[in-house]
Ligand binder design. Sequence first.
Ligand code: ZN
Length: 215
Amino acid sequence: MDSLNPMVAPHEAHEANGAISASGLSAERQPIDHERIKRAVQEIILAIGEDPTRQGLLDTPRRVADMYAEVFAGLRQDAAEVLQVGFDEGYQELVLVKDIPFYSMCEHHFLPFHGVAHIGYIPNGRVVGLSKLARALETLARRPQLQERLTGQLADTIMRTLEPQGVAVVVRADHLCLSMRGVRKPGSLTVTSAMRGVFQRNAATRAEFLSLLDE
Ligand code: ZN
């Protein structure tokens, strides 16, 4: 099928001219190409030896295209923008938000990984609504992702926007690429953490945050 070739990844050109920001966002990124996803999914259905005209599969390419547009919507959103709305409270003690649920897509297998994030930060006065932290996480999660990168990007975005004394992020997630295929380890959790600022420098501050996670 000529229309499928060449399979040019739109982001490659952007990477070349450095248009992708630290949070992985490209302002110039093209809109999701639904028709191209539909053609590709049709090809996959044929390639696995299934019949794309079978009743149950007839509408699958469109459903997958719509789903990808939704689960990859974060490619066109800026997590930093979500956190710009912080307000000054003069508060300088630890703020901890536990068990924020998220869903993301492993970029190696295009299978979901999902779990919870715990976010702690010590403001320099400037704080942000708790729902905004959840929105920032969702924006970063709705991209082809790695758990390690998601964790680091979330911590860095909070550091950049709220300019707190420090940020600690811990993410626990179940990867479907581990639990339903390959080594098949259902129920195993992958834990990642990112410590910035005072959490990185000060072992006691870090220990306080980690002990609160167990409560
Ligand atoms: Zn994977």
